[in-house]
Each structure stands twice: as C-alpha cells, then as structure tokens.
Ligand binder design. Structure first.
Ligand code: NAD
Length: 277
C-alpha cells in the first residue's frame, strides 16, 4: 500500500510511544483513525490534538486483554468507518525478572495483554478485512525479543516470540486464503517511550513527554517513536514482513549458525548494525 489518504487505520496502544507516533503519522498521511488505549487521559489528549489538526479520530478507551471490548470496538469501527486498511496491534507492556520469579497470575496478566491483545485484534478485525477483500496491511508489534532471549526477560520474550509465531502463521493463512492482506512484524530495538515508567514507579500522566535531545543524550541506541513510524510506513509501502528499526543481521547469522551447529545458547548483548535506522 502506498496511498494512504482517505483510508482508515486502527491503532491499539495509541496513547503513548510507538502507537502514538503511528497514529500521528497516519493522521499526517490523511487517514481516518480509530485509536484504542486503556489510558483515557492520554488518548483523549491525542485525539483532541489530531482533530484540531483536521483529522477524523474516534478514540476508544479499552483493555486489549478484554476480548468482548475489542469485538465491540471492531463492530463500532465497522459501522463508523468500514473495515480497516491498516491495523496496528501495538499495545504492550514490559515486565522484568528471572524466569522463575513471576507468579502464574503475573504470567497470565502479561500474556493477556501482549499475546491475547494481538489475538483479540485479529479475531475482531480480520473477518471484516477478509469480507471487504481489498488490499490491507496488518502490523503486529513484536520486539528484538521476538528473536533474541535475554536474561531477566522470560515473560516479555515469551510474549514477543509468540507474537512472531502468530504473525508468521497469519501471513501464511492469509496467503492460503488468497486474501490481499499483507502482514508485518515490527521488531523495535530500544525506543524512547513510557514503557518502563511503571517499572520505575512513575505514574502514567495524561500528557506524554516528547523525546527531547536531553532525554536522548547518552543513550546512543535509543531512537524516537517517530523514527519507528518512518520505518513502519516504509515497510508497508515495500510490503515487507520483518521491520527492524535497529538491524542486527550479524547477530542473527551467528544465532542461526549456533542452532545449526547444535551449540547451546549463550547470551551476549545484541550489537546493532551501524548505519541502519
Ligand atoms: N519502547 C521500546 O523500546 C520497545 C521495544 C520493542 C518493542 N516495543 C513494543 O512496542 C509497543 C508499544 O510500546 P511503547 O514502547 O510505545 O510503550 P508505551 O508504554 O509508551 O505505550 C504503550 C501504550 O499502550 C497502552 N496499553 C498498555 N496496556 C494496554 C492494554 N491492556 N490495553 C490497551 N492499551 C494498553 C498504554 O496505556 C500506552 O499508552 C509494545 O508492544 C512494546 O512491547 C517497545
């Protein structure tokens, strides 16, 4: 898809960070928008700002872990806008801790958002998109953790590897169904967003701080959410599945070779390819 003006996009986790940048980019491209987030204050602030700039925006406060709420959201979207041309299943949370340190309830909570949130988005919207039988694109937000397991990241890694599996199977299922719907897996490296705020004990505020030069300083691997949105829109235009904001092909080569050679996994920090995004 290369023409976006007048088309319709759905973004979950739109109140902050990457989802917010995607929403703003969609609006800039002249798309109509349905935006979902569980944090109403942030969502309303963004919707008001985009509407002031001339966009058509329908905000919806919901928890992506709630299948009925997402189904209701999709039904409302279908009534107001029709099936989405772009669907961003983006909402996600971060938890850290050793693999044995999370209770079953903690696991369930994280998987309900990061994995079932994507599943609920697909279950609710893909039938509408299939029925429309027009070109469309689904972007599921994974992570570098969709490919790389790091210490202290069992929950998050499990969820993002699941999102990768779901996305690859979705690609194959849509191809087998002859549907004109593309799929991408967004695998961001470090992005300056609010995802770590809760872990640092920070309250979610209604307004989201823009990444300033001051905040970016001293964090050479971090990029802005707007830079992620640029990568995503380039990938949609090029119809590519893998979206790496920080390419790391050398690491992936070594990892694949270790598996082929039967060597045990050994953690070393990912070195991102320089000269990428
Ligand atoms: N920031 C990074 O470095 C990074 C790296 C790799 C992947 N990601 C992924 O990018 C996605 C967006 O994260 P971000 O960094 O922009 O974080 P963020 O916290 O800035 O934004 C996430 C938004 O999702 C919303 N949200 C959280 N749980 C929700 C739920 N259950 N239902 C509805 N909305 C919910 C939050 O209120 C927030 O507005 C996530 O899937 C995350 O895992 C982020």
């Amino acid at each position: 898809m290369e023409q976006f003006a007048g088309k319709f996009a759905v973004v979950t986790g739109a109140g902050s960070g990457i989802g917010r940048a995607l929403a703003r980019r969609c609006a800039k491209e002249g798309m109509r928008l349905a935006l979902a987030d569980m944090h109403g204050g942030r969502l309303e602030a963004l919707a008001a700002q985009l509407e002031q700039e001339g966009a058509t925006v329908a905000p919806c406060v919901l928890d992506v872990a709630d299948a009925a709420a997402v189904a209701q959201f999709a039904a409302q979207c279908a009534e107001d806008f029709g099936p989405p041309d772009l669907l961003f299943n983006n909402a996600g949370i971060l938890r850290v801790g050793e693999a044995w340190s999370h209770t079953a309830a903690d696991w369930q909570n994280l998987l309900n958002v990061n994995v079932m949130g994507v599943v609920h988005g697909l279950n609710a919207f893909v039938p509408l998109m299939l029925a429309a039988n027009k070109p469309a694109h689904i972007v599921n937000t994974g992570s570098v953790g969709s490919l790389v397991a790091a210490p202290g990241m069992a929950q998050y890694t499990a969820s993002k590897m699941a999102v990768r599996g779901i996305s690859e199977c979705l690609l194959h299922d849509l191809a087998a169904a002859g549907a004109p719907i593309d799929v991408s897996l967004l695998c961001p490296g470090p992005v300056l967003t609010s995802i770590g705020d809760e872990l640092m004990g920070l309250e979610a505020s209604a307004t989201v701080a823009e990444p300033t030069e001051h905040l970016m300083a001293g964090q050479p691997d971090f990029i802005t959410p707007d830079a992620v949105a640029d990568c995503v829109f380039a990938a949609i235009a090029a119809r590519t599945f893998w979206i790496f904001t920080h390419p790391f092909s050398g690491y992936l080569d070594d990892m694949a070779q270790a598996i082929v050679d039967g060597r045990n996994p050994e953690y070393r920090e990912v070195q991102f390819d320089r000269g990428g995004a």
